[in-house]
Design a protein around this ligand. Structure first.
Ligand code: NAD
Length: 475
């Protein structure tokens, strides 16, 4: 398929989204998608929740092998649709980078754990056999972000389904089309292998009122929020069990024992991945004074534009806007490339420029705030201890992600303990923590705030003890 054909499909799908409704028969979840109905996408939230509840009743008694069959088909369709989903995401949200979004979908398809993640614990002895098994919650309400919209929908669906749940999504309104397209895709994958429709549902037009209904609905027993601090606080105050995957502002510290050339490469690669949209991505650099100049030199060699004082001032005026007397992020800058950001302040650069760097004080707003743009402020510190202190301050107690380049295990250990984050990448780009060029499984819901860490199928289960007295022990 040519680039143009894919673009035409994306445009066709986005145009047709306005007329989507709850039932469907056209094969929309492939590269041949066209205008029409989306499976699992309803006009009304009550209908959506009722449909998910009915689907969950079918999923729960299914053999795990059958759940795996559905998941295998979701993985397959995600790989087939990676490019379409990536193009749709960029076109709708105006954020990120198509190539990197394709990689993110491939990662979700290949490395999100399925039913193998559910482990049984057993005690067997004279008084019989006791098992702890992980059962589903039932219907989960999941809020998803604009930054990794379809990636999160697909990743959450795989984990939640593996655990035997159905899911009602509340996608970000600014990414509703691509999110709902992904919901349609997972449902079609399920139906195609003989499973129920509506294992994942949403409404055509997600609003705050729709989310509120989900948060308080009697048929929803677990809430999962992937997003900024506002939504995580909302679900945590809902009165239901909630998993909060909130904001970060990951610092990366480079000490004087690091391989500086490699550190520069890794930091720029991590920071610029999908234009810095991932919550785990390097958001500011802290460099020990003795290696700071060398680090900056190698960052410049790796596609960084070193902004001068005047340009930093102009950028600051551009990336923040005053909203009701409060300085907030300019959404027109979030997830944009370095080239686009520089063009907004009248600086023209080539495609080789991937990142903007500047030296600044830790209090500088473009260092202190989570920008989600390929802009890296560099804070110079006298030694590693001051670096650790600065990193703790800039991470703001999110306990989300922090990274470090060092060959001194004592420094690494001290940093890890002080930061106390769900993710700590040592001597690599931040995305290694998602299993991309690093060991381990992937997720796009990192439960930093509530402590589950990188979510997977077992995160979406409840623990059940099953005891047989005086029997079934055959030792
Ligand atoms: P956002 O907070 O604007 O929106 C996230 C979701 O929450 C959206 O669906 C939105 O509609 C909803 N929402 C926001 N406020 C709400 C409220 N008061 N009530 C109900 N729903 C509400 O975030 P975004 O711009 O889409 O995503 C970026 C943010 O999410 C960043 O802060 C990033 O760090 C964080 N994030 C965290 C993770 C993680 O795994 N921890 C993953 C991705 C993004």
């Amino acid at each position: 398929m040519t680039e143009q054909e894919i673009k035409d499909i994306v445009r066709g799908v986005l145009t047709g989204m306005g007329s989507a409704s709850s039932t469907a028969s056209a094969p929309a979840s492939s590269a041949t998608a066209s205008k029409g109905d989306l499976m699992g996408v309803f006009d009304n939230i009550e209908d959506a929740i009722a449909a998910a509840k009915a689907a969950q009743k079918e999923i729960q008694p299914m053999p795990l092998e059958f759940r795996e069959k559905i998941i295998a088909n979701i993985r397959k369709k995600t790989l087939e649709n990676a490019k379409v989903l990536a193009e749709m995401g960029v076109e709708e949200t105006k954020m990120g980078n198509v190539g990197h979004k394709i990689l993110k979908h491939q990662l979700v398809a290949e490395k999100t754990p399925g039913t193998e993640d559910l482990q049984t614990i057993a005690w067997s002895g004279d008084r019989g056999l006791t098992l702890i098994e992980q059962g589903p919650f039932g219907v989960i309400g999941a809020v998803t972000p604009s930054t990794n919209p379809s990636e999160t929908v697909i990743c959450n669906t795989i984990g939640m389904l593996a655990a035997g749940n159905a899911v009602v999504f509340a996608p970000h309104p600014g990414a509703k089309n691509v999110s709902n397209y992904a919901i349609d895709m997972v449902n079609r994958a399920c139906v195609e292998v003989g499973g129920p429709a509506n294992l994942a549902v949403a409404v055509k037009n997600p609003t705050m009122e729709v989310s509120q209904t989900i948060f308080s609905h009697k048929d929803i027993s677990l809430l999962v929020a992937t997003g900024g601090p506002g939504v995580v606080t909302k679900v945590l105050s809902s009165g239901k069990r909630a998993i909060g995957a909130g904001a970060g502002n990951p610092p990366v510290l480079v000490d004087d024992t690091a391989d500086i050339k490699k550190a520069a490469e890794d930091i720029v690669n991590g920071c610029t991945f999908d234009n810095n949209l991932p919550c785990i991505a390097e958001k500011e650099v802290i460099a020990v004074d003795t290696i700071a100049d060398e680090l900056i030199y190698f960052m410049e060699q790796n596609g960084c534009y070193h902004a001068n004082k005047d340009e930093v001032e102009k950028l600051t005026q551009t990336v923040f806007v005053n909203k009701n007397g409060r300085q907030t992020l300019n959404r027109d800058c979030v997830g944009r490339s370095a080239k686009v950001l520089l063009s907004k302040i009248g600086v023209s650069v080539g495609d080789d420029i991937r990142c903007i760097i500047f030296e600044g004080n830790k209090k500088h707003p473009m260092i202190d705030e989570e920008l989600m743009m390929p802009i890296l402020g560099i804070v110079r510190v006298k030694d590693v201890d001051e670096g650790i202190e600065t990193a703790v301050e800039l991470e703001h107690g999110n306990r989300h992600s922090a990274h470090m380049h060092s060959t001194n295990v004592n420094n690494l250990t001290k940093y890890g303990k002080a930061l106390d984050t769900a993710i700590f990448v040592k001597n690599g780009p931040s995305y290694a923590a998602l299993g991309f060029g690093g060991e381990g499984y992937t997720t796009f819901t990192i439960a930093s705030r509530t402590g589950e860490g990188l979510s997977s199928a077992k995160t979406f289960t409840k623990s059940r003890r099953c005891t047989m007295c005086d029997s079934l022990c055959i030792r």
